[in-house]
Design a binder for this molecule. Structure first.
Ligand code: RIB
Ligand code: CA
Length: 312
């Protein structure tokens, strides 16, 4: 039982790459004394599906945690989330998992974070955001005072110096709830953001995968076998794809080892309406902003770290 005042909240919309992130985290979390909290969000598919997928993934990987939270089922403006089922598969995963029953906390994510603030003023929260930023924006809007206990936010999102993947302007997580992204990037929270600028540099190559060239998939650990099944199901689902993106796993590496990335200190403007909705524009590259945009990665070192993370 953890009695630390430190919380790690992993906010996710599983999603095949979210699933790989959770597999990557499963071993390292065993040695982490923080209060581990998982939170679902709509995005890649409906909240109903992402929450069920999160439960089934946590169960399949036998991940221990303090609480499982259900997040927002619509965007901050109350709109239905768009989805990316064309990529992640119907209901959000290309792999069929056994259905599990894990208890969901009775508070929604934004309410739970406020509960931490009310009960532990000296709490320190680190957030890993792997989907739309709705839950964090809803918390900041509803309870601005919680900023004082948020230590750091690592975000997978944005396309700052490259084209988007939802539209040519916008990356999916930002596009899915641009209003929330604008609120988060305009906050004064300490943010490290991993966008498509670096995600395109690290992928799973189909030929290398079927030639069994990825060391992290050769372990007999649960996380390694789970990951192999997810990747195989992805390539079986997408017969025309030769690569699988690792956006969320790269953002997760940024949580674990931030020094494997180079950053640009910029403010960020998010376009929240019109044809370019979801576009993330880096402004005034100076050293006194609270936002660090990852713009280069040490690919070799990241692969070495990934290999280590899958050995129990
Ligand atoms: O653009 C990539 C992001 O959108 C990833 O988080 C993926 O899971 C989807 O949510
Ligand atoms: Ca995601």
């Amino acid at each position: 039982m953890n009695n630390t005042n430190k919380f790690l909240i992993i906010d996710t919309d599983p999603g095949v790459d979210d699933a790989l992130s959770l597999a990557m985290l499963s071993n390292i979390l065993k040695n982490n004394d923080d209060n581990i909290i998982f939170s679902s969000i709509g995005g890649n598919t409906s909240l109903r599906n992402t929450h069920r997928n999160l439960i089934n993934i946590l169960s399949a990987l036998e991940i221990s945690y303090k609480h499982l939270l259900k997040g927002a089922d619509s965007t901050l403006l109350g709109e239905k989330f768009t989805d990316a089922e064309h990529y992640h598969g119907k209901e959000g995963l290309t792999l069929k998992l056994n259905n599990s029953n894990l208890r969901t906390h009775n508070l929604e994510t934004y309410e739970y974070i406020h509960e931490i603030y009310n009960s532990q003023k000296n709490a320190k929260i680190k957030l890993l955001m792997l989907g739309p930023l709705t839950n964090l924006a809803k918390t900041l809007i509803s309870f601005p005072e919680i900023s004082s206990i948020i230590d750091e936010v690592i975000i997978m999102g944005g396309a700052f110096f490259t084209e988007g993947n939802a539209t040519k302007y916008a990356e999916f997580n930002i596009y899915a709830d641009a209003e929330s992204a604008s609120i988060v990037f305009n906050s004064k929270l300490n943010i490290r953001v991993v966008g498509l600028d670096v995600c395109n540099d690290l992928i799973i190559d189909k030929i290398k995968f079927y030639n069994n060239e990825y060391s992290f998939l050769k372990s007999d650990t649960k996380s390694s076998q789970f990951s192999k099944n997810i990747i195989n199901s992805f390539f079986e689902y997408h017969t025309n794809k030769n690569a699988m993106a690792l956006c969320d796993p790269i953002a997760t590496i940024c949580l674990i080892e931030k020094n494997l990335f180079s950053y640009k200190n910029c403010s960020v403007k998010v376009i929240a309406e019109g044809d370019k909705i979801g576009q993330t524009i880096p402004l005034n590259n100076n050293n006194n902003t609270n936002i660090q945009i990852a713009h280069k990665i040490n690919g070799t070192e990241i692969w070495n770290l990934i290999d280590q993370l899958f050995i129990e």
